[in-house]
Write a protein that binds this ligand. Structure first.
Ligand code: ATP
Length: 253
C-alpha cells in the first residue's frame, strides 16, 4: 500500500452485552480510493462502520483518523464534523422539498447556520451546488420534489447532500440495494468518481457490483479481518469460498 493513511482501525473490538460483533479488527484506508467491505451475514461489517462514525463505541482498540485523532474517544457529531460522512440504506432526504432545496439545506448545515431556505446562496455556493447536481446526475431533476424521485435518484441525492459536507471519508451501506441494473451501474461509476478525492468505504453484498467496481476488497468474518486484496485474489481464496461464497452457494441451492 502506498500513500498516506487517513484511517487506521487498530485491534478494534465492539461488544454488545459481552458478544463481540467486532473482535480485533484491523483496517487501513488511504486518503483516496474505493474500498469494498464484504463478508457473510453477521460478520461485523455494519458494526465496524458504526464504530468508525461513533454510533457505537468500541470496547477495545483504536480508530486513528488523520494525524492521530482517536475516534473511539469522540462523539458521533464530533466525528461528523471531523469530515466523516455516513450513509445508511434508507435515504434521509426531505421528500416534500425539491432536489435543489435538499442540497441547499445540506450546504447550510456545513456552514453551521440555521438559515432559512429563502436566504440567498452566495454565487460561489450556487456554483458548487450546480456542480454537485452534475456529479450525482440530477441536473435535470433539480426542481423535482425529492419524494417523486426514483429509488436510485433518491440515493444519489443523499450522496450529493453528504458530499456538500465535504467529507474526507464516506461510509456507505449497500448503496445500490434495490436499484435497477442501470442505476446500479451509475452508482458504481459515481462511487469511483467520488473516491478519486476521498476515501470511500462500501459495505456490500452484491458480488457482481463488487466485481465490477472494486479495486480493493476487505473480507470480514466473525468480527475479524479474513483477507484483503483484489476481487480476483478474494475469489481465488479457499477460506473466503468456505466462509462466504460457499455459504452463499449453499443458500442458493
Ligand atoms: N445493537 C446490537 N445489539 C446486539 N447485537 C448486535 C447489535 N448490532 C449488531 N449485533 C450483532 O453483531 C453481529 C454483527 O452484526 P453486523 O450487522 O455488524 O454484521 P454485518 O456483517 O453488517 O451483517 P449483514 O451483512 O447481515 O448486515 C451480528 O451477530 C448481529 O446480530
Amino acid at each position: 500500500m502506498s500513500g498516506k493513511a487517513i484511517l487506521r482501525c487498530e485491534d478494534v473490538t465492539v461488544s454488545f452485552d459481552g458478544f463481540k460483533a467486532v473482535q480485533g479488527m484491523n483496517l487501513t484506508l488511504e486518503a483516496s480510493g474505493l474500498r469494498f467491505l464484504i463478508g457473510p451475514n453477521g460478520a461485523g461489517k455494519t458494526t465496524l462502520l458504526d464504530a468508525i462514525c461513533g454510533k457505537v463505541r468500541p470496547s477495545g482498540g483504536r480508530i486513528v483518523y488523520e494525524d492521530g485523532i482517536d475516534l473511539a474517544r469522540r462523539k458521533e457529531h464530533q466525528i461528523a464534523e471531523l469530515g466523516i460522512g455516513r450513509k445508511f440504506q434508507a435515504p434521509s432526504i426531505f421528500p416534500t422539498l425539491t432536489v435543489e432545496e435538499n442540497l441547499e439545506l445540506a450546504m447550510k448545515q456545513k456552514r453551521g447556520i440555521l438559515a432559512t431556505l429563502r436566504a440567498k446562496l452566495a454565487a460561489e455556493e450556487r456554483d458548487r451546488l450546480g456542480r454537485q447536481l452534475e456529479i450525482v446526475g440530477l441536473a435535470d431533476r433539480q426542481q423535482a420534489r425529492a419524494g417523486s424521485l426514483s429509488h436510485g435518484e433518491k440515493q444519489w441525492l443523499e450522496i450529493g447532500m453528504l458530499l456538500l459536507q465535504e467529507p474526507s471519508l464516506l461510509l456507505l451501506d449497500e448503496p445500490a440495494a434495490g436499484m435497477t441494473d442501470r442505476e446500479t451501474e451509475k452508482t458504481g461509476e459515481l462511487l469511483q468518481e467520488i473516491a478519486r478525492e476521498r476515501a470511500v468505504v462500501v459495505v456490500e453484498h452484491d458480488m457482481e457490483f463488487v466485481r465490477n467496481f472494486a479495486s480493493l476488497v476487505t473480507v470480514m468474518h466473525e468480527g475479524r479481518l479474513l483477507l484483503e486484496g483484489t476481487m480476483d485474489q478474494v475469489q481465488a481464496d479457499d477460506r473466503v469460498a468456505e466462509v462466504y461464497l460457499g455459504k452463499r452457494r449453499e443458500a442458493a441451492c
